[in-house]
Every structure is written in structure tokens, then in C-alpha cells.
Ligand binder design. Structure first.
Ligand code: CU
Length: 147
């Protein structure tokens, strides 16, 4: 029995779970990184809806807490001892920090699709950078990468 290609493609599409094409990104928590100390690597990440991000413990003693997430997305908070994975369920900007070292610029941004909550992210980044003893230029650099 022969099957034409269109039909085959349709069947493949129907049978392929959404998650098959999702990527898992890794962000390391680092004491002394190539671009500075007390830093997430990479500090800016571009991802797609449905992707996951695993925060990897390169050096212990950090945590990852969301400060801004897109409307409808779940925030997260917790001490990270053995890594930690989040799913990027909604489009927009995710701004997060290490609560222990945010004053030193240990913050990060994940952009998923269009930056629909950019104003909220800008407002939070502005508040955050004023509290920083150092590393505010790092946050500015990440914010500048949002397209
Ligand atoms: Cu930290």
C-alpha cells in the first residue's frame, strides 16, 4: 500500500509530541566567570516557548529567584544545591537573580519570543540596578540585548 508524502507529513505532524523540538538550555552559576565574578553564564539567553532551562551548579552557594516573568507564567524561588530546571511556558521576558549576590550584579535575563512585558522588565531592572553595589552595567548590557 502506497502513501503519498503529504499524508505522511500530516501523520508525522499529528503524532509528534510538542516537546520533541523543545531545547534544554543550561545556565551555570559561577563564582569567577569569563565576564566577571558572581555571574550567570550565559546571563542573557534567547529561547522559545516550551524550552526548558537548567540552572547548573558550577560553584555552590547560589540561588535563582525570578523577579519578573511574563503574564501567566509561574515564577520560581529556591535554593539551588543540585541544579534546578524551569519550563518557559509563556512568551516574554524573564528577569531573575541570585538573592545572595544580586547586589554584585548576579542577575540574568531570558527572552522568549516577543518581549511583551518589556515595560515591566525595564521598571524592575531600574529598581534593581539602583540597589546594586556593582554590576549594574552588566544588567544594562543584558537589557540591551532584548530585541
Ligand atoms: Cu549567587
Amino acid at each position: 500500500m502506497r502513501m503519498n508524502m503529504a499524508r505522511l507529513a500530516l501523520m508525522f505532524g499529528l503524532w509528534t509530541p510538542f516537546g520533541v523540538f523543545a531545547a534544554d538550555h543550561q545556565i551555570k552559576m559561577v563564582d569567577e566567570g569569563a565576564e566577571g565574578n558572581m555571574i550567570f553564564e550565559p546571563g542573557f539567553l534567547n529561547a522559545k516557548v516550551g524550552d526548558t532551562v537548567t540552572f547548573v551548579v558550577k560553584d555552590p552557594g547560589h540561588n535563582v529567584i525570578s523577579r519578573v516573568v511574563p503574564p501567566g507564567a509561574d515564577g520560581w524561588k529556591g535554593t539551588v544545591s543540585q541544579g534546578f530546571t524551569i519550563t518557559l511556558a509563556k512568551e516574554g521576558i524573564y528577569l531573575y537573580e541570585c538573592d545572595l549576590h544580586k547586589m554584585l550584579g548576579m542577575v540574568g535575563i531570558i527572552q522568549v519570543g516577543a518581549p511583551i512585558n518589556l515595560e515591566a522588565a525595564k521598571a524592575a531592572a531600574s529598581v534593581l540596578s539602583k540597589k546594586m553595589a556593582m554590576g549594574a552595567e552588566r544588567l544594562d548590557e543584558y537589557m540591551g540585548k532584548i530585541r
